[in-house]
Design a protein around this ligand. Structure first.
Ligand code: ATP
Ligand code: MG
Length: 564
C-alpha cells in the first residue's frame, strides 16, 4: 500500500535503461525467488481491446521474451455473464496481430472453478474463511472506512464444520442470491479496507457461458485472480495501479492457499492518451449510441480501429516502448502515436499522387490526345522501392489550393505568370483560369516547356514550387475519409454532465478525389503516402474495387518532436 513513488527524473532514466519492473524481476531471479519468468495478459471478454491493453500485452509479452520465459493469454471470465464470442474472437485476433505469441497457452479462468472451490474449502478448514449471513448492505456498514475500523461479523466465529456444511449448501443451491457469502477471515481492524474480511464467494443463480448451470456460486475477482495466476505458474502478475491496495490480499490468498512458488503482483500506471477515448465503458457507449461506426471505427483507439485506420503492429510497439512504464498516472500526447506511425511508414511506403480537392489544369501547348508514361520514384528517400510509370497528358487534376489568382507573398505555386514544377514531369507556367457564372474557378491554364522534363538533366533555370497532379483521363476516383480527434480536449475531456466532449469535425468524407491509376488496384489494408496529403490506408470494411475508400492514417506534419 505504501509503495514509494519515484521522483519523475529517476523514472525517466529508468525507462531508457532498466525499468522498475525489469529491476524487480532481475532481483527475483538473482535471489532465487523464481527460476523462470512467466507472464500473462488476462482480459475480461466484455469489449474490444484498446491501446492501453496493447501496452499491457506488449509489456507482458516483451518481458517473457526478454527472460526466455512464457506468455499466456487468459480470459478472465469468472463473472457469469452471457458469452460474447465476438469479444473473445476479437481479443485473440488482436493479441496475435500485435505479435504477442501465446503459442498453445490460451486459457479460460472459468475452467479453474473446481480448483478455486477447493482453495475455499482449504481456507475454511484452516479457520481462514467463514460463511456470513449479513446482507450486502450490512457488510458494507460493518466494514468501516478509512478513519474507522471495521466491526466483526456475528457469524465470524462459526465452527469449521458448520462453515464447511454451509459452504457446501451454498454450492448445492440451498440459498438465494445474496443470502450467504463466504468471507476470508483476516483482520477487521486492518488499515487496508481490502483486508477487512473480504467476500470471496457469492451465490449467483446464473448461467455461465462455459460452465452452464454447474455452479451457482462464483468467486470474487480478488480471490480468483491470484489463484488463476498460481495455477498457471505465473511468476510476475503485472497489473495496473488501481490494484496496488489489493496486493496484500493477493499475497494473502496465494500464501494461505499454500501454492508453491506463488506469483507476485507488480503494478504500473495505466496508459491514457489525450484527445481520444480509452476505457472500455466510454468506447462501448459511443458504439451503442451509434456515434461511431462500430468498435473498429477509425476514430477510436481500439486495436481493431487502429488496424483499420492503417496503424501497424510495429508502430504500436514503438509507441509503447517510447512511453515506457511508470508508477505515476499521466496522459500521453496523441501526437506521439502519430509520430510512431509516420516513422514506421516513412521509408516503407510508396509516395503516390492523389488530388483531394481537384481542379483541372490544362496545358494548352501539349499535344491533344497524347499520353506519355513518366517514370516516377516510389520513395525519394528509399531508392530500393524503385520507380513506377505514371501517365501524363494535356489535362490534369491538381489541388484547388495550388492555384491562386491573386497570391499572397511567399506563395510559390500556380498564379498567372508563375512557373512551377509538376512533380516528376515538366515545368509549367500559368496563363490564367476559367470561371463559371458564379465566379468559381473551373479550370486553370498553363503552358509547358518540353526542355524541362524531369530526369533530362535540364539546369537552365530553377523554380520554387513543386505540385502534384494526376492525368484526368486515367485517374481513378475514390473517397477519402479525414479524421480529427474524437474528443475536443481543449475544452476538457468531459462536459459538465459527465458526457464526452465530442469534436463535431472528427470525420470529414471527401467524395470525389482523383488518384493516379496504380491506386485503382489497392486492396484492404494497403497503405501509401499521398504526397502532401498524408498517409492513407484502404478501408477494410467499406472499400470495394468499384468504390475505393481510403482512411487518412495521419497527416505529414507534426508538432511533436522527439529527442533521440
Ligand atoms: P478498461 O479500463 O478499459 O475497462 P479493464 O482494465 O477493465 O479496461 P480488462 O480486460 O480487465 O480491462 O484488462 C485486461 C488487462 O489490461 C489488465 O491487466 C489491465 O490492468 C490492463 N489494462 C487495462 N487498461 C489499461 C491501460 N489503459 N493501460 C495499461 N493496461 C491496461
Ligand atoms: Mg475490467
Amino acid at each position: 500500500m505504501e509503495e514509494k513513488r519515484l521522483a519523475p527524473e529517476v523514472e525517466e532514466k529508468e525507462t531508457v535503461s532498466r525499468n522498475f519492473i525489469q529491476q524487480e524481476i532481475d532481483k527475483d531471479l538473482a535471489e532465487g525467488v523464481y527460476d523462470h519468468v512467466q507472464t500473462r495478459f488476462p482480459p475480461e471478454p466484455n469489449g474490444y481491446l484498446h491501446i492501453g491493453h496493447a501496452k499491457s500485452i506488449l509489456l507482458n509479452y516483451g518481458l517473457a521474451q526478454e527472460y526466455g520465459g512464457k506468455f499466456n493469454l487468459r480470459f478472465d471470465d469468472t463473472n457469469p455473464t452471457k458469452e460474447k464470442t465476438e469479444f473473445v474472437e476479437s481479443i485473440i485476433a488482436d493479441v496475435k496481430w500485435l505479435g504477442a505469441d501465446f503459442e498453445d497457452r490460451l486459457f479460460f479462468a472459468s475452467n479453474y472453478f473446481e480448483q478455486m472451490y477447493e482453495c475455499a474449502v482449504k481456507l475454511i478448514k484452516k479457520g481462514k474463511a467463514f460463511v456470513c449471513d449479513l446482507s450486502a448492505e450490512e457488510i458494507r456498514e460493518y466494514r468501516g472506512d478509512f478513519n474507522n475500523p471495521g466491526k466483526e461479523s456475528p457469524y465470524r466465529n462459526r465452527s469449521v464444520e458448520e462453515n464447511l456444511a454451509l459452504f457446501e449448501g451454498m454450492k448445492n443451491g440451498l440459498y438465494r442470491d445474496g443470502e450467504k457469502v463466504l468471507r476470508a477471515k483476516i483482520d477487521m481492524a486492518s488499515p487496508n479496507i481490502n483486508m477487512r474480511d473480504p467476500v470471496i464467494y457469492r451465490v449467483a443463480h446464473m448461467e455461465h457461458h462455459n460452465t452452464g448451470d454447474k455452479w451457482c456460486i462464483y468467486p470474487i475477482y480478488d480471490f480468483a485472480h491470484p489463484i488463476e495466476d498460481a495455477i498457471e505458474h505465473i511468476t510476475h502478475s503485472i497489473c495496473t495501479l488501481e490494484f496496488e491496495d489489493h496486493r496484500p490480499l493477493y499475497d494473502w490468498v496465494v500464501r494461505e492457499c499454500e501454492f508453491e512458488q506463488p506469483p507476485r503482483q507488480i503494478e504500473f500506471a495505466k496508459l491514457y492518451l489525450t484527445n481520444v477515448v480509452t476505457g472500455k465503458r466510454y468506447i462501448k457507449k459511443l458504439v451503442e449510441d451509434g456515434i461511431v461506426d462500430g468498435w473498429d471505427d477509425p476514430r477510436l483507439v481500439t486495436i481493431a480501429a487502429l488496424r483499420r485506420r492503417g496503424y501497424t503492429p510495429e508502430s504500436i510497439k514503438m509507441f509503447v516502448d517510447l512511453v515506457g512504464v511508470s508508477k505515476a498516472n499521466s496522459s500521453v500526447d496523441y501526437a506521439m502515436l502519430e509520430y510512431c506511425i509516420r516513422e514506421d511508414l516513412k521509408l516503407k511506403k510508396s509516395r503516390m499522387m492523389a488530388v483531394l480537392d481537384p481542379v483541372k489544369l490544362i496545358i494548352d501547348n501539349y499535344p491533344e490526345g497524347q499520353t506519355e508514361e513518366l517514370p516516377i520514384p516510389n520513395n525519394t528517400e528509399n531508392p530500393d522501392l524503385g520507380d513506377r510509370m505514371v501517365p501524363f497528358s494535356r489535362e490534369l487534376y491538381i489541388e484547388r489550393e495550388d492555384f491562386m489568382e491573386e497570391p499572397p507573398k511567399k506563395y510559390f505555386r500556380l498564379f498567372p505568370g508563375n512557373e512551377v514544377r509538376l512533380f516528376g514531369a515538366y515545368f509549367v507556367t500559368c496563363t490564367g483560369c476559367e470561371k463559371d457564372s458564379a465566379g468559381n474557378i473551373t479550370a486553370v491554364h498553363c503552358t509547358y516547356d518540353p526542355e524541362t522534363k524531369s530526369g533530362s538533366g535540364f539546369t537552365g533555370r530553377k523554380v520554387k514550387g513543386t505540385i502534384h497532379w494526376v492525368s484526368a483521363a486515367e485517374a481513378v476516383q475514390a473517397e477519402c475519409r479525414l479524421y480529427e480527434n474524437i474528443v475536443d480536449e481543449e475544452k476538457g475531456k468531459l462536459n459538465e454532465d459527465g458526457t464526452l466532449n465530442l469534436n463535431p469535425n472528427s470525420l470529414t468524407v471527401v467524395k470525389n478525389c482523383y488518384m493516379e491509376p496504380a491506386l485503382g488496384s489497392a486492396e484492404a489494408f494497403d497503405s501509401f503516402q499521398f504526397m502532401r496529403n498524408g498517409y492513407f490506408c484502404v478501408d477494410c470494411k467499406d472499400s470495394t474495387a468499384e468504390h475505393l475508400v481510403f482512411n487518412r492514417i495521419v497527416s505529414l506534419k507534426s508538432s511533436f518532436k522527439i529527442n533521440k
